[in-house]
Design a protein around this ligand. Structure first.
Ligand SMILES: Nc1nc2c(ncn2[C@@H]2O[C@H](COP(=O)(O)OP(=O)(O)O)[C@@H](O)[C@H]2O)c(=O)[nH]1
Ligand SMILES: [Mg+2]
Length: 336
């Protein structure tokens, strides 16, 4: 049955894929079974996270990127996972979104899926990872994951994607540079969308300056890990093949302008990831974190089974009366 299923989704059976995604997202027993069965076929897809403020044009940009990737000679299969709760991507109620997605929706090599953000069982991050595994097993080469609120959101895109694209727009002002500094930490590629709006060049200069000023880049840290893991790999001829400096691009996504440069940079970043060993390291980290998340959930559930609510409440009551310290409360709860 599993081989049959895999064959079906590999052949592009969209209905089968859709059903599997729904079961996996709802975390049904069947869904968990699918994940299990398909896991050995995962690990190939390039996962690209897109983040940035609502309305900055993330969905429009993804749409434009998907189109551009499909026009490449390699014709990669592309999946889109929209986890942004503020803007339904496709199949949503917003007409504008539906119209914008039309041109890629008729393409059999493209699959777009919106995720319900509320009430996701086991957490949004876990479900996002699970759904992207299904796309991966189904043979999608690229998986775009659109989300908001980098760093603060439940879906920490950096922990899910190989490449993180941060979308910015002109004219947000210098007063939020501190926020931007935080965002720069996570960006592999920066896109200033809505470059048709005034101030795009100023924003471009600002971002470039901030990047040049330097930061303890996580790429550098990753590179160190890569060097350790790879050991005595042959020396590259390029100056610094293991260092990635985030490029900044201007786009007008709604007019498909500047998109090819972003595509080129994404391909370049993939190349960098593979050559530096970071692609594999990220994959390992994603799997490790996901397992750790599930382990702590399982342990908590197992503990909860053994502890009665009455006993727990009794400990909390003592704590709030200041009869025991939080540390003592924890000790007592653990002893249950
Ligand atoms: N002027 C201009 N508008 C854009 C551009 N890209 C997207 N938009 C518009 O900005 C609005 C928000 O876009 P959307 O992709 O939904 O933003 P998201 O919330 O970040 O996903 C839509 O009305 C788009 O048509 C652009 O480059 N220039
Ligand atoms: Mg959106």
């Amino acid at each position: 049955v599993e081989a049959e299923l895999l064959e079906k989704i590999r052949k592009g059976d969209r209905l089968a894929l859709s059903r599997i995604l729904t079961a996996v997202e709802a975390k049904t027993m069947q869904g968990e079974g699918y994940l299990d069965a398909l896991f050995s076929s995962t690990g190939k897809a390039h996962k690209i996270g897109i983040t940035g403020p609502p309305g900055s044009g993330k969905s429009t940009l993804v749409n434009a990127l998907v189109k551009a990737f499909r026009e490449l000679d390699s014709k990669p299969k592309v999946a889109v996972l929209a986890v942004d709760p503020t803007s339904p991507f496709s199949g949503g109620a917003i007409l504008g979104d539906r119209v914008r997605m039309l041109d890629t929706q008729s393409d059999p090599g493209v699959f777009i899926r919106s995720m319900a953000s509320r009430g996701a069982l086991g957490g949004l991050a876990e479900r996002t990872e699970a759904l992207s595994q299904i796309f991966d097993a189904a043979g999608y080469d690229l998986i775009f994951i659109e989300t908001v609120g980098a760093g603060q959101s439940e879906v920490d895109i950096v922990n899910l994607a190989h490449t993180t694209i941060v979308v910015d727009v002109p004219g947000l002002g210098d007063d939020i540079q501190s926020i931007k500094a935080g965002i720069l930490e996570i960006a592999d590629i920066l896109v200033i969308n809505k470059a048709d709006h005034p101030g795009a060049d100023q924003t471009l200069r600002n971002l470039k300056t901030m990047i040049a000023m330097g930061k303890p880049s996580r790429e550098l840290i990753a590179s160190k890990h890569a060097l350790q893991e790879i050991g005595n790999r042959p020396k590259e001829t390029h100056a610094d093949p293991l260092i990635w400096t985030p490029p900044v691009h201007k786009t007008i996504a709604s007019q498909q302008e500047g998109i090819h440069n972003v595509v080129k940079t994404i391909l370049k970043h993939k190349d960098y990831l593979v050559k530096s060993g970071t692609f594999q390291i990220k994959d390992h980290e994603i799997l490790r974190r996901s397992l750790e998340r599930q382990l702590s959930q399982s342990l908590y559930r197992a503990w909860q089974k053994n502890a009665s609510q009455k006993e727990i409440e009794a400990v909390i009551a003592k704590l709030i009366r200041r009869e025991i310290s939080p540390k003592e409360a924890l000790n007592r709860l653990m002893a249950l």
